[in-house]
Design a protein. Structure first.
Length: 521
């Protein structure tokens, strides 16, 4: 009978992090701000060295400009020392925003890029980039009165991403209408530190990329400058699709002078098809490998990730042949990723959205280095957050030095959306494991009232036993410093009568090691 419990009823789960809303931030971990009467949405979030939180977002479309920058204190309140009441409204214009439209410089100055109308004719826009001082005032030493405006092709030009090379030169990337406005190309401009066009880059400071199939469109979304100043670009493209409504994702790589990197993919580009309408939102690089995140549509929405070797070939050790296409769990039908960051341990943290009934909820999810969902992150691999009966998403995130995670997004319905911030507290649950010869189990499982813990130790020691809820939060201590002898020990524990049906955990620990067992009531 004892062997039967070990083989069938034992469910042992060791996880390392629990994720909860941070009650010291805003109201129970959430902040909502309405910067405009209609739609306003937080986009990119950055943590400053002083731990203040910088956010770049957008409000309703306007030719006069609709991008704003806000700064928050560490408790989630607006920093009134920045701009006007904590907010700066720019004369820059965007329709879609982007994961990288803002860049915080080492001296505290802020670059932000998008587009600006050349006249009242809204069919024609230029790349436009502004620089602000650390207090939110315009830096008039940059460009002309703080702005540099550049036409690419005499048509519509939208900058969606900005990054800075090691010498301080500024790369702005976006999309430009080509061929009588029927196709969209990927374009770049390089500026000097003070906002002058750098004519040593591409042709007179500009690059129009045509690395994919002819007469197709490429919509740029993200940029990443590597240590050697080469440039990665993440785009969504119609290339190699038979229908205009379908999309693939592509990563382009160019050298620091603007020429395609011919050692990468085919003529400097790789295209990946996930089988439907695929949309790229984020790219990253870690130890030479290149990563992409986004979502795929039809018939449902699924999260997509891919990993590439430095030469652009898919890394077959990741997911299935280098690709991951998944939902957060077996019950979810509509999930998507907007932002990603490969961490120092190789795990991939992402933000986006999921659905709860007919409602979108904010999603924060973590993947292992092999592309599988990391169930060590909050016990399930993810955390979802809602704001009542309203749609909300986590568009982007930043990790504070103390490990807390700040997400920016929006909440609302119809034509009324407000900007949101959410801060999550991440707590380590497991740091070290017991001697490999030690064994642990619990029975009966599922349980009704009491449980038995079987401990087979490689050496005598004192153990503590705690009961945790499904999110890894401690409910109560069940044993404290109880001596256990070498070999097999079995102890019966009384469980609280107030426990409802659901998933729980038993944490067994000594001074240096922890093991966690999953329970079901």
């Amino acid at each position: 009978m004892k062997l039967l419990y070990l083989l069938i009823f034992v469910s042992q789960v060791v996880f390392s992090q629990t994720v909860t809303l941070d009650p010291t931030f805003g109201t129970n971990g959430k902040v909502i701000n309405s910067f405009y009467a209609g739609i306003d949405q937080s986009g990119v979030v950055i943590i400053q060295d002083d731990m203040k939180i910088l956010v770049c977002g957008a409000k309703d479309f306007s030719v006069a400009g609709n991008i704003y920058i806000a700064r928050y204190n560490t408790d989630g309140s607006l920093d009134t020392g920045f701009g006007t009441g904590g907010v700066v409204f720019t004369p820059l214009m965007t329709e879609s925003g982007g994961n990288r439209i803002i860049k915080l410089l080492a001296d505290g100055k802020i670059l932000v890029t998008s587009a600006r109308s050349v006249s009242n004719n809204t069919n024609f826009f230029d790349f436009a980039t502004m620089r602000y001082n650390a207090d939110g005032s315009v830096d008039t030493t940059f460009g002309t009165n703080g702005m540099v405006q550049t036409d690419i092709n005499g048509s519509g030009n939208y900058a969606n991403a900005i990054d800075v090379q090691s010498d301080g030169k500024i790369i702005v990337a976006g999309s430009t209408y080509l061929n009588s406005n029927t196709n969209v190309g990927t374009t770049l401009v390089r500026y000097s530190v003070d906002g002058q066009i750098d004519t040593t880059f591409g042709t007179d400071g500009k690059v129009i990329l045509n690395l994919l199939a002819p007469n197709t469109s490429q919509f740029l979304w993200d940029i990443k400058i590597l240590a050697d100043d080469s440039i990665l670009l993440g785009v969504t493209t119609t290339a190699f699709e038979t229908l205009e409504t379908l999309r693939n994702i592509a990563i382009l790589k160019i050298s620091s002078n603007g020429a395609p990197d011919l050692t990468f993919g085919t003529n400097g580009a790789v295209v990946t098809d996930f089988g439907a309408k695929d949309i790229l939102y984020a790219i990253d690089e870690f130890q030479g490998a290149i990563y992409m995140a986004g979502y795929s549509q039809y018939p449902n929405n699924t999260m997509i990730l891919s990993k590439y070797l430095p030469n652009g070939t898919l890394d077959t050790t990741f997911g299935i042949d280098g690709k991951v296409k998944t939902n957060k769990d077996a019950t979810s039908l509509y999930d998507g990723l907007y932002s990603m960051k490969v961490q120092s341990n190789g795990k991939i943290l992402c933000s986006g959205w999921t659905t709860h009934g007919q409602q979108q909820d904010a999603l924060l999810i973590q993947f292992n280095a092999d592309g599988s969902i990391d169930t060590g992150f909050n016990g399930t691999g993810f955390i979802t957050t809602d704001f009542g009966n309203l749609d909300n998403i986590n568009f982007s995130f930043a990790v504070q030095p103390d490990g807390k995670i700040v997400c920016a997004g929006w909440v609302g319905a119809g034509s009324d959306y407000d900007s949101t911030l959410i801060r999550y507290d991440v707590t380590a649950l497991t740091t070290n494991q017991f001697n490999a010869k030690s064994e642990f189990s619990v029975f009966p499982n599922p349980f009704a009232n009491n449980i038995n813990i079987r401990v087979d130790l490689a050496e005598p020691q004192n153990l503590a036993v705690d009961l945790l809820d499904g999110n890894g939060r401690k409910i109560q201590n069940l044993l404290q410093d109880k001596p256990f002898s070498l070999g097999e020990n079995v102890v019966e524990l009384s469980m609280p009568e107030s426990l409802s049906r659901g998933v729980y955990f038993i944490r067994i620990s000594n001074d240096s090691s922890v093991v966690t067992l999953k329970l079901i009531k």
